[in-house]
Ligand binder design. Sequence first.
Ligand code: SAM
Length: 222
Amino acid sequence: MPTHQSLSGVSDADLLQRMIATHPERFGEPFWAFFAEHVGPRLTARPTIVDLGCGPGLVLRDLAERYPAARLYGYDVTPAMITHARQLVYRSATPTLAVHDVTAQPLPHGRGTVQLVCMSSVLHVLDEPLPVLAEIRRVLAADGTFLLNDWVRQPLASYLAWRREVMGEGEVESRRRGFRLFPMHNKYTPEDWQWLLGEAGFAIRHQTELRPAHRVFVASPI
Ligand SMILES: C[S@@+](CC[C@H](N)C(=O)[O-])C[C@H]1O[C@@H](n2cnc3c(N)ncnc32)[C@H](O)[C@@H]1O
């Protein structure tokens, strides 16, 4: 199966470094303020939280800081991501971390046992999102929450400008990477995400764009 890396031409090591470098901007104060207002109140006292496609584990580390009683799980298909997540220091017990291809294997959780599934910048990569959304819905509790954070489509010129201005890429690099990644990062409109979530049996509770080109959805099983 072609991976994100083979499709985008970005190596595992490069993706890891980019995820680490951009983490503070992607998961800064606006994100956690939104989380505290719209997700935190939906959690139980000792919630089970899964970060699907957890990358370097930094969101799990941030969650452990804010919800030290939570039982945390992180899954990612890229071994280098899980290796990085394993050597982080967590305020809570170290999360359960595993190399896992969400398109190929069921999640190792029973039906209705998870309070929160987070998925950031992962779903757009997958060829067929609906079976993965069905699996997320299976593990979520009836009052559970799916926090989807992903790219939304923008015009080519704005996308290339975003790579220069926000990612800090030069003209040549922004074009080399930008033309390659444009189809992947600009696959879904906000309306497409809304349709996908509805089709998969989720109701959208809140949504917002905290950063240009990305939309956050707080959804729950219908
Ligand atoms: C753009 S990174 C985002 C990482 C992390 N969620 C973050 O926001 O920092 C996408 C991640 O999805 C992972 N991924 C891609 N396809 C996957 C799959 N089929 N199963 C599990 N993880 C996958 C990649 O290995 C990568 O770590």
